[in-house]
Design a protein around this ligand. Structure first.
Ligand SMILES: CSC[C@H]1O[C@H](OP(=O)(O)O)[C@H](O)[C@@H]1O
Length: 359
């Protein structure tokens, strides 16, 4: 998407066969990029959330495999790279999906072929992600149009965390239909959950929407239910890090509570995902590994000082311990529908099999 009028993807290659990514830890206060030159660079970038978002994690890991093959195209090195990158974050299945795809392409190739093949496959993953997210947007737009037609005035949409173009290579998943609706002139407004503790909503979603000109309001995570109770939310749409065979949805912590509030208030709750986020090997969401991150993310916060500098401060009672699960699981029964690149379906095995008979 565009930043100050210039089009960006979240990840791109450089002529010297390195990769550049937007440093999402610095956003919204600084727009800076980081150059990645090795599998280790890619692993650390995923682990510390310089890049984050399920599809972008997968794309970054794919280039990590390519860097490993450039350094040492042996099968031992391939397995070592897959293990290193696969150990970075446990919940987003796109990581496992991308690494399996890279292994399937490379394992039968000669050592001399592996780097070029890996580089090309990583690029293909990125290019495909753009088109898949564009299709998710188009399929979601139909729902937005129907919802907008049923009411006078602004369509109010609530979203949680960041499932925008910063979470993918471009367009985003949950935000893709929002961009398309805005681009076609729909009167739309977005309630942006701040999304504690890392504030991907206040820092990334608001940054994205503001850069594109989409009307939005940042709210505390705990305010969403109140706005739903008072008729201020026409639909909710979120992204996901993994959807299991029965339609259960792992997403940023707090998603489950938003889905409960939506159910209680009769607000449609949509989940947008590419097929690469489907995990048909798991029967239920209870099987999804939930990442536990450092309590520092909860007990400290980084922000911009009046002089423009950045600082990290402690925001909790000194010495109090914290707990920081990064995701939760929303049961399929709370999901109105899944919006994918292949269409919209019920959050169920039958619904998913209807769109993905090949999975
Ligand atoms: C389109 S994937 C977006 C998904 O990823 C986020 O997690 P994180 O920022 O920790 O990578 C969040 O769960 C988003 O919904």
């Amino acid at each position: 998407m565009k930043i100050h009028g210039k089009h960006y993807r979240t990840i791109w290659t450089r002529p010297d066969e390195t990769v550049e990514v937007i440093d999402q830890i610095k956003l919204p206060h600084r727009f800076e990029t980081v150059v990645l030159k090795s599998a280790e660079d890619c692993a650390e970038t995923i682990r510390n959330m310089t890049v984050r978002g399920a599809p972008l994690i997968g794309a970054t890991a794919a280039y990590g495999v390519a860097f490993a093959m450039k350094k040492d195209p042996s099968s031992k090195a391939l397995i070592s790279a897959l293990d290193l990158l696969g150990s970075t974050r446990p919940t987003a299945v796109n990581l496992k999906w991308a690494l399996k795809r890279m292994h399937d392409v490379l394992h039968a190739k000669t050592h001399g072929e592996r780097f070029a093949e890996a580089w090309a496959e990583a690029a293909a993953i990125c290019d495909e992600d753009v088109e898949v997210c564009r299709a998710i947007g188009a399929n979601g737009l139909k729902i937005f149009r129907e919802a907008a037609a049923k009411k006078q005035g602004t369509l109010n949409v609530l979203t949680h965390c960041n499932a925008g173009w910063l979470a993918t290579v471009d367009w985003g998943t949950a935000l893709a239909p929002i961009y398309m609706a805005y681009n076609e002139g729909m009167d739309i407004h977005v309630w942006v959950d701040e999304t504690r503790p890392r504030n991907q909503g206040a820092s990334l979603t608001a940054y994205e929407l503001g850069s594109h000109g989409v009307p939005h309001t940042i709210i505390a995570d705990n305010a969403g239910g109140h706005y739903m109770q008072h008729g201020k939310v026409d639909l909710c749409i979120v992204g996901t890090d993994r959807v299991t065979r029965n339609g259960d949805v792992a997403n940023k912590i707090g998603t489950y509570l938003k889905a409960l509030a939506a159910k209680d208030n009769g607000v449609p709750f949509y989940v947008a995902l590419p097929g690469s986020t489907l995990d048909m090997s798991l029967a239920h969401g209870s099987d999804i590994p939930i990442e536990e991150r450092s309590s520092d993310e909860l007990l400290k916060m980084t922000g911009r000082l009046p002089d423009g500098g950045l600082a990290t401060v402690e925001i909790a009672a000194p010495g109090s311990p914290g707990a920081n699960p990064a995701f939760d699981v929303t049961p399929a029964r709370l999901v109105t529908a899944l919006i994918t690149e292949r269409g919209v379906c019920e959050a169920s095995e039958a619904g998913l099999k209807g769109l993905y008979p090949d999975r």
